[in-house]
Design a protein around this ligand. Sequence first.
Ligand SMILES: Nc1ncnc2c1ncn2[C@@H]1O[C@H](COP(=O)(O)OP(=O)(O)OP(=O)(O)O)[C@@H](O)[C@H]1O
Ligand SMILES: [Mg+2]
Length: 369
Amino acid sequence: MPEVKVAHLSKRFGDNAVLRDISFTIADGEFFTLLGPSGCGKSTTLACIAGLEQPTSGSIAVGAATFVDAGTFVPPEGRNLGMVFQSYALWPHMTVAQNLAMPLKIRKVDRREQDTLITEALGKVGLAELRDRYPHQLSGGQQQRVALARALVYSPGVLLLDEPLSNLDAKLRDQARAWLKRLQTELGITTVYVTHDQEEALALSDRIAVMSKGDMVQIGAPEEIYERPATAEVAAFVGRCNFLTGTATGPREVRLDCTGQAVAVPGTAVTAGTRVTVAIRPERLEILPPGRTAPADVNVLTAQVLTSSYVGARHEYDLRLGDHVSEAETSRPGLAGEVTLVAEPAAFLLYPTTDALPQDVEALITIAQ
Ligand SMILES: Nc1ncnc2c1ncn2[C@@H]1O[C@H](COP(=O)(O)OP(=O)(O)OP(=O)(O)O)[C@@H](O)[C@H]1O
Ligand SMILES: [Mg+2]
C-alpha cells in the first residue's frame, strides 16, 4: 500500500480560505485521522485527496503517482481510491451485489471476475448472505458495511472515510468502530478518516491531525494529542479539560487568579510576570482521602464540592476552587463539601492566555475518579 503525501495544500472558495498551507505524510498502512470542529476543513481535505475538489495550490501524491501539482490534476477516476461518505450513498434501486458491481463495471472488469470480487468484498465485511437484498431491507449498520465493501471491491490504494459511522446510534457506533479497526488492521490498507468525534479518533487512529479553521494545529499519536496538546484549543477540543488563569512567578511556578495560590508546574521557558492559562484534565486531580497527608512534591488545592454525579465507571465532581470561605460561611451547615485536591506538577499544561477560552471567573472545575 502506498504512502500519501500532501504538501502545502491550500483551498479557497472565493474569498474564503478554507485550507491554509496544510502538509502531512501518511505512512503505508497507517490509520490517519483528520479531527476538528464543524467547518474546519476536514471534508475539503479529503475531497482534495479524492479529486472531488481542485486545490488552489499545493501537491498531492500517492505512492509514485502525483495526483495534484502545478499543472497536474488527475481526475477522481484516475486515482483508484476507495471513498465512503457519511450518507453511505448506496443506489436504492440496486441490490447489494449490484451496488458493488457498479465500480467494477466502470473499471471494465469482466463478469466472472466481478462475481468473485463481490463475494470476496462482502465476505470481508461479513455480509456474504445479504447480496440480493436492497438497501432499504438493511439496517443502518449493514448499509454502512455495504458502502465500505463497495469502496473495497476494486482494491483501492487508499481508503478515504468521511464520518462513516456518524449515522449509527451510539451502541452500534461502538461496535462498528471496533469492527472497522480490526478490518483495517487485517487489510493493512492506508486509511484517511474524518471525524469530529474525539473519542472515535483516539480509539481508531495510529495518528491524528487536529484541524482548526483551515490550519493543521497538531499531528501526533493519540496519547501525544491527549497528554501533550500543542495549544489550549486542542486541549479543549480533545477530551475534557479545566482551564485556570494565572501569572507566572518563575519558570516552574504560577500564581492562580482564583485562589492567589502558587502551584508548581513543569519547567518551561515562561518568564516571571507572564500571564498564562493552566490546563488540567479532570482525571489528573485527585481528592485526598480525609485524614491522609499529601505527598511532599505535589500541588495541594482546596475546593468546595458543588455537585457530584455517579456516571457508572467513575464519579464526576463539579467544584469551586479556593479556600476563601468567610467565617460566616464556614459556620453554616452543609459545608462538609470542602475537599483537598492533589495533582502532580507534571499534570499541569501551560499555555499563553488567549481570548479563545472562557476566562476563569469562578474557578469552577470538574474532576473524575
Ligand atoms: N463548495 C463550497 N463552496 C463554498 N464554501 C465551501 C464549499 N465547501 C465547503 N465550504 C466551506 O469550507 C469550510 C470547510 O468545510 P468542510 O466541509 O471541509 O468542513 P468539515 O470540517 O468537513 O465540517 P463538518 O464537520 O461540519 O463536516 C466551511 O466553512 C464550508 O462552509
Ligand atoms: Mg465534513
